[in-house]
Write a protein that binds this ligand. Structure first.
Ligand code: ADP
Ligand code: ZN
Length: 303
């Protein structure tokens, strides 16, 4: 059936847990495991053991993808390619996480941010098929954006950090000072899950749908989305992450984005068809690990 397809390994590296899978796409995941993120040596060791064990059942993988929390160095030409860059996460600053995988498994390794991985998997198999540019935004413990442009995942000095853009912050309407340790009231500082929790004194998932928190949250998300529409002109925007599980916010976001654009962008996709334009992820909770598999597929094709 699918046994003649090249087989890939994918690692979704999260701040709290790692998910590893062997497969070739959403309809062909042969094995999967998850374990808590501890220190780099132990965590990467567990990932390596998983792929070594699976090779006994399914044969060797052709390539591996690692879609990881950042900041990280995704530039293959850089001397610190495959490293986690300075991070508040204890033990991970300057950890080289790609070399041990390559050494132990002897395959090419595709390495990128979790959100670039998710943008790629939604473009490859999910809600953004046939679109380019594709913007994937996650609103969870943090906020991040992944961007596929002209077929490439966006990198530069480092990689985009779209969660840290500045938004207008009306201190009278919203006196909350913001929760980002670097910038206080950046997008993440105002609108990530922990900011919602701090502002209202309870976890975001426990706030009722008619709570004023959601109108404010939709306001900040719409401001950011409007800025991204003006800067990169995406053909589709996928909104993922725990906070966006509040699906009642989506129509509010659509309406607010339209109001902010104020007719300046003339595509029907920001008019009557906006519900096809700003969408939830089709791959849901699997976008991360499938993003890693998509990174593996990509490095295999280009190797
Ligand atoms: P992570 O970003 O750590 O990968 P999530 O995307 O699940 O994980 O984000 C976790 C954050 O999202 C927490 O701040 C949590 O309060 C919030 N959250 C999780 N589920 C919901 C929900 N159903 N509604 C609103 N907020 C949620
Ligand atoms: Zn910030």
């Amino acid at each position: 059936m699918t046994s003649n397809l090249p087989l890939f390994g994918g690692i979704e590296g999260g701040g709290t847990k790692f998910v590893c899978a062997v497969g070739s796409g959403p309809d062909d995941i042969r094995a999967e495991t998850r374990f808590p993120t501890t220190n780099p040596a132990e965590t990467m060791g567990r990932a390596i053991s998983f792929f070594q064990e699976q090779a006994a059942d399914f044969g060797p993988i052709s390539a591996l993808g690692l879609a990881c929390f950042g900041p990280l160095d995704p530039d293959p030409a850089s001397s610190t390619f495959g490293y986690i860059l300075p991070t508040p996460k204890p033990g991970w600053t300057n950890a080289d996480i790609v070399s041990p995988l390559r050494a132990a498994l002897n395959v090419p390794v595709g390495f990128d941010t979790d959100v670039n991985g998710a943008a790629l998997s939604e473009a490859r198999w999910g809600a953004a098929q046939g679109c380019d540019p594709v913007l994937y935004i996650t609103i969870g413990t943090g906020i991040g954006g992944g961007l596929l442009v002209n077929g490439h995942l966006s990198h530069g000095l480092q990689h985009p950090e779209m969660g840290h853009i500045r938004l207008p912050h009306d201190l009278i309407a919203d006196p909350f000072p913001g929760a980002c340790p670097f910038h206080a009231d950046c997008f993440e500082g105002l609108a990530a899950g922990p900011a919602v929790e701090k502002r209202w004194g309870q976890k975001a998932e426990t706030l009722p749908v008619d709570h004023p928190a959601w109108d404010l949250e939709a306001h900040y998300i719409a401001l950011a989305v409007a800025n991204f529409i003006f800067t990169v002109s995406p053909q589709r925007i996928v909104l993922g992450g725990g906070v966006t599980q509040q699906e009642h916010m989506l129509p509010m976001i659509h309406q607010k984005v339209q109001k902010l654009l104020n007719g300046y962008v003339s595509s029907p996709l920001v008019g009557k068809r906006i519900a096809e334009y700003i969408v939830p992820p089709a791959l849901g909770g699997r976008a991360g690990v499938l993003g890693a598999i998509a990174l593996a597929e990509r490095v295999f094709r280009h190797a």
